[in-house]
Design a protein. Structure first.
Length: 105
């Protein structure tokens, strides 16, 4: 089945995500790694998957709520990475001050 750019009731992905849900595609290696880390940490019980999903929803919502000049272009895995950063801190896998240092904030 060919992927489309529209969200259907059975697709949990954002309408801009045009990937096959069973075989996601990545534009860069960091995207593949961020995807794998998020999935693996959840599968190994470090956090429930719905905790990651909620953080991803929040990251996308923050982007959507920003003005057009602040948004920049749509980058799905930028939101994925932001969600991963938050869930790592939420579940004490990385200290908040260490995360800020890593991000250069």
């Amino acid at each position: 089945m060919e992927a489309t750019a529209t969200t259907t009731p059975t697709s949990p992905l954002h309408e801009a995500c045009v990937t096959d849900m069973n075989a996601p595609t990545f534009d860069a290696d960091w995207q593949r790694r961020a995807f794998g880390v998020a999935v693996a940490l959840s599968e190994f019980g470090h956090y429930p998957w719905d905790a990651f999903q909620q953080r991803l929803i929040e990251a996308i919502g923050t982007w959507e709520a920003a003005s057009a000049t602040e948004q920049g272009s749509w980058q799905y895995y930028e939101h994925w990475l932001a969600a991963l950063e938050h869930v790592l801190v939420d579940h004490d896998l990385v200290a908040e001050d260490e995360m800020r240092a890593l991000l250069g904030a």
